[in-house]
Design a protein around this ligand. Sequence first.
Ligand code: HEC
Length: 145
Amino acid sequence: MLRVIAGLAALTVCTTLVWAQNPAAIDQRKQAMKALAGALKDPVAMSKGEAPFDLAKVQASLKAVQETAAKAKGLFPDDSKAGETDVLPVAFDNKADLMAKLDKLVADAQIAATAIKDDAGLKAELPKLAGNCGGCHKAYRKPKS
Ligand code: HEC
């Protein structure tokens, strides 16, 4: 009888874990991240000299980064820890830091939007902005194998 109860309890725990997954949030999070990378594509090409400097395009990209990073703050609910995701569980233990990192990305995109006036400004500001991406990935994303 005890064994049956223990078995039932274990089953309940497993079911809860499965139910605790939120594939929609995980999917939206990945889409938001892809959108961030997509937004930086033009400015990166310009900074490498692969495309001519275009201030309007840079401004549009930085606006997209701000909006997407702000949106990403809502895409780390606690039930999106497990499943098809590369987020490290520790990110959910450090939620305040995670949110601060996204706030900083928004703020730095605003700073860059004001600071960048020409090609030289882009080359100076873009690495600072992109440092936000790598910094958070290093802390909270599974390393790519
Ligand atoms: C606050 C932390 C944080 C910041 C800042 C951040 N990322 Fe991410 N990024 C993540 C996490 C966590 C994942 C893993 C998401 C998952 O698999 O659920 C990820 C995944 C990604 C992915 C892979 C998405 C996929 O389809 O699996 C790309 C591309 C990406 N990020 C680009 C960027 C770019 C570009 C920036 C900067 C403009 C950026 N990220 C800033 C945390 C961050």
